[in-house]
Design a protein around this ligand. Structure first.
Ligand code: ADP
Length: 487
């Protein structure tokens, strides 16, 4: 009364029958129910709920209290509702998600490979200073160009795309006419092509460009355009030019050397003739005795040295003339038998003096070769005297000839000291005389085989040498022949 508390009314009731009476029967098999009054459990079914299932919660006013009621589906209910369709969806879902993951991975891997391949391609274009492009079928429009066009021509692709004539103002006029002819003819007569031209870049650099292209056709065989590459080949062109200049210089230097040798040898011959003539007179004591025996010996030495020098000078003159292409070669029919007999006769005595047997083997038919007679004799005398010179006493030298396919093959074979393999490869080089036996080597000039080679080549013939140290040497010379005549 008057708002003052007079006492407490305490109502005690049992919640369980009250709550269970409110629900339909068997609900506790399907749902887990819990009622709490603040944190104090008022009621809870003793079935098991799935903690991952959605829990529904409501608040109910009971008298002056607020109860929290929560309802969660039991494991039993979830199991009974899970149908085969769910399982199917689950399986399909699983497969789909795996397949999607696989496809995503595959796509990513391919994209990565593509990116790497494009990067490699870009790098290759950068290194080789090349760009690739595509034009229309009329060769009038640039449809596509790779980024590296900037390295080759100086500006990015956007600048060049479209009308191809944009290039023309920067191509050297001397080259433009030439390549225009090629490009104009391509649409009507498509074929792979390559042109080189000089180009003035925006940055004022002048470069050489090599353009290589080919026609492109569709499935029906209709020409759809051209594609190809443009490459900056300035370094290559400069190297080629340097080689060309070096070659011209080398040829000029060689020519100068030959002319110098020819002049020098010629100038040597006049005093040499005097030396030879006067020493010969002294040796023969033409105008009376020399007075001292030593003088006689000196006169002999002067004469032999002069002879050697004259041989050297003559050989140098020969080489110089051959190298300068100034040796006159007047070809005529030469009887091979006469040639071999004549040369053998000239060296017969030398062979005899050295105790070397010189034999001749000619076929039963008359052979004719077509050569400058003086040169052919010089070749044979050279080869025969070498063979005799490098064959020791008791050995043999054999010269033979045969015809083969309108050619005459002459062979000079000896059983002499032979040539070591390391010298054989350059034995025909001038002054390749480095014989083991200095006494023998002194007799030559080291120019004989060079002259032989030069003469044979001037006749479009061939020279080949085979040799084995200690067993001997075979020199084979091929001259153009005039066919054979039966005797
Ligand atoms: P050379 O005037 O010295 O004979 P060549 O050019 O004719 O000059 O020969 C060069 C060198 O080749 C000789 O010095 C010799 O060493 C070697 N040679 C040439 N022919 C023969 C041969 N038939 N047998 C062995 N060696 C040879």
């Amino acid at each position: 009364r008057g708002g003052a508390t007079e006492g407490f009314l305490n109502i005690v009731f049992r919640t369980r029958p009250l709550i269970e009476g409110a629900f339909r029967e068997g609900i506790d098999e399907e749902y887990h129910l819990a009622v709490t009054d603040n944190d104090l459990a008022v009621y809870e079914t003793d079935n098991i709920f799935n903690p991952r299932q959605t829990r529904v919660q409501r608040q109910i006013e009971v008298g002056s209290r607020t109860w929290n009621v929560s309802v969660t589906p039991t494991m039993q209910l979830v199991d009974s509702q899970a149908s085969i369709a769910d399982e199917l969806i689950l399986v399909v879902g699983l497969i789909l998600s795996t397949a999607t993951a696989f496809l995503i991975r595959l796509t990513m891997t391919r994209q990565q490979a593509l990116r790497e391949s494009e990067e490699r391609f870009r790098r290759a274009e950068r290194i080789t200073k090349a760009a690739h492009w595509e034009t229309d079928a009329g060769m009038k429009t640039l449809m596509h160009s790779s980024d590296n066009v900037v390295t080759v021509f100086g500006l990015p692709p956007e600048y060049y795309l479209g009308d191809l004539s944009i290039f023309e103002k920067d191509i050297f006029p001397e080259d433009l006419q030439r390549i225009r002819k090629v490009f104009d003819a391509l649409p009507s007569n498509p074929h792979p092509y390559q042109v080189d031209f000089r180009y003035q870049r925006e940055d004022n650099r002048q470069v050489w460009i090599r353009e290589t292209g080919e026609p492109v056709y569709d499935a029906a065989g209709v020409l759809t355009g051209f594609r190809g590459t443009s490459q900056d080949v300035t370094t290559l062109k400069e190297a080629e030019e340097a080689v060309r200049i070096a070659l011209v210089d080398a040829e000029e230097a060689n020519q100068a050397k030959s002319e110098f040798l020819a002049t020098m040898s010629h100038e040597f011959r006049t005093p040499l003739n005097a030396i030879l003539g006067f020493s010969e007179m002294m040796r023969a004591q033409y105008f009376g005795p020399l007075g001292n025996v030593n003088y006689q010996e000196y006169a002999n030495d002067i004469y032999h040295s002069g002879e050697h020098m004259l041989a050297l000078v003559n050989d140098i003159l020969d080489i110089a003339a051959i190298e300068a292409g100034k040796r006159s070669i007047v070809k005529e029919a030469v009887d091979v038998d006469d040639l071999l007999q004549g040369c053998a006769r000239k060296l017969e005595q030398t062979a005899k003096d050295r105790g070397v047997e010189l034999t001749l083997e000619v076929p039963g038919e008359s052979l004719t070769l077509y050569a400058d007679k003086r040169s052919a004799i010089q070749v044979l005398l050279n080869l025969l005297s070498n063979a005799i010179k490098f064959t020791r006493q008791g050995g043999t030298v054999m010269v033979s000839a045969m015809a083969l396919d309108q050619k005459v093959i002459i062979t000079v074979q000896d059983t002499g000291v032979g040539i070591p393999p390391d010298r054989l490869s350059n034995i025909t080089e001038p002054f390749s005389q480095r014989h083991v036996d200095p006494a023998i080597a002194q007799e030559g000039t080291g120019l004989g085989l060079s002259i032989v080679k030069g003469i044979v080549e001037a006749h479009d013939g061939e020279l080949s040498i085979e040799s084995e140290v200690g067993r001997g040497t075979i020199v084979i010379v091929t001259f153009p022949g005039q066919g054979t005549m039966i005797r």
